[in-house]
Design a binder for this molecule. Structure first.
Ligand code: FPP
Length: 243
């Protein structure tokens, strides 16, 4: 059983319901230590577990990690293979989360992933289906534009089958057909490592999200940094287009 986590978020803070995290800076973390990039990914993967537990302790209901983008296939084969190996390893370990009542879901195009990986993804999703303390969402072979394409394709199929007409195409319908389906929109997107862009992560779902950037590299990002992001989120004045 994991050790209880002691959090230190000041009283009265609103905890975002859905936080998206871009796990950036693994390569630089390793380079700084004269180590191969894949060691940075290994440390990044370890940290993903730590931060997931911390987020749960803070009361976050959904946390989505950008683990592999539709563009990441352009990386050298040995780096892609190392990341895929980490997914397989961590999918076995993610089973520990089940004991902690955490539901696990995946978003992205699975068809390009190995059969073993796809099988493990399906089984962990099925086994954690009814857990409700928090939902952990892993974006693997995910791209926001691809997500919108995926939704449009589903909708075209409904139209071709005569189930909907043009009038039925609403924002809600597009949303229900995204990979994220019933997952609420992101409230806060965190990107460590100094880059300040969304890089095709949750583009539809973060239309009204607050963004938090920090220079800390992902393997060094701690629970305290997550709290700092939440404190910054509380300082923002979300108006959703109103005044
Ligand atoms: C971005 O850092 C990181 C990635 C593209 C891969 C993230 C994947 C993992 C941490 C592996 C395991 C994840 C899970 C959920 C089990 P970068 O390589 O772009 O870093 P750099 O900008 O410093 O080069």
């Amino acid at each position: 059983m994991a050790k209880p986590i002691v959090t230190s978020l000041p009283e009265g803070m609103t905890v975002p319901e859905h936080i998206g995290i871009i796990m950036d800076g693994n390569g630089r973390w390793a380079k700084k230590r004269g180590m191969p990039r894949k060691i940075g990914h290994r440390e990044g993967a370890k940290n993903f577990r730590t931060i997931t537990r911390y987020a749960k302790a803070l009361g976050v209901k959904y946390v989505t990690y950008y683990a592999f983008s539709t563009e990441n296939w352009k990386r050298p084969k040995d780096e892609v293979d190392a990341i895929m190996d980490l997914f397989e390893k961590y999918l076995d370990e993610v089973r520990d989360f089940i004991e902690e009542n955490i539901r696990v879901r995946f978003i992205g195009d699975r068809s390009m992933l190995s059969e073993t990986l796809q099988r493990k993804m399906k089984s962990v999703e099925e086994d954690s289906l009814h857990f409700d303390s928090m939902t952990l969402v892993l974006a693997i072979n995910y791209g926001g534009r691809n997500d919108i394409c995926h939704s449009v394709k589903n909708i075209v199929r409904l139209a071709l089958d005569g189930k909907i007409t043009e009038q039925d195409v609403t924002e809600a319908l597009i949303e229900q057909n995204l990979y994220t389906e019933d997952i609420p929109a992101a409230d806060l997107i965190i990107r460590p490592s100094g880059e300040q862009r969304l890089s095709n992560f949750l583009i539809w779902q973060s239309a009204y999200a607050e963004f938090y950037y920090t220079n800390i590299l992902w393997p060094d990002f701690k629970g305290k940094d997550l709290e700092d992001a939440i404190i910054a989120f509380n300082d923002r004045n979300r108006r959703y287009g109103g005044i």
